[in-house]
Design a protein around this ligand. Structure first.
Ligand SMILES: [Zn+2]
Length: 106
């Protein structure tokens, strides 16, 4: 992996930074790097990704409440982008939390 051969983080899907493990190599982003001891043993990500949607639901609901709008058609372009950013960050953060706590498997 290099600047012209980017890869995604095996944990959260962000841009990876060049720290890898396993064969074939799986890469991690800077925020997931501290989780390498947990991530290396995970083969099935579906439970983490599906469970993390609960956090996305909560975070985007709070975002919509913060701008007092519930109809996405009424969002400005900036608000809609904020919603997507909120959803993506909530999903990534919750996957990291689930990896740390192993709650996705229970
Ligand atoms: Zn990551």
């Amino acid at each position: 992996m290099g600047l012209h051969d980017p890869d995604i983080c095996a944990c959260c899907g962000r841009h990876a930074v060049g720290i890898g493990f396993d064969r074939p190599t799986r890469w991690l982003c800077a925020e997931c790097l501290p989780l390498i001891e947990y991530v290396k043993d995970i083969r099935r990500w579906d439970p983490y990704e599906v469970k993390a949607l609960d956090a996305v639901d909560d975070a985007t609901g709070e975002f919509a409440a913060s701008i007092a709008k519930t109809d996405i058609a009424e969002f400005t372009d900036e608000e809609r982008r904020g919603l997507w950013r909120c959803a993506i960050k909530a999903h990534q953060a919750e996957i990291r939390r689930l990896v740390r706590t192993d709650e996705a498997m229970w």
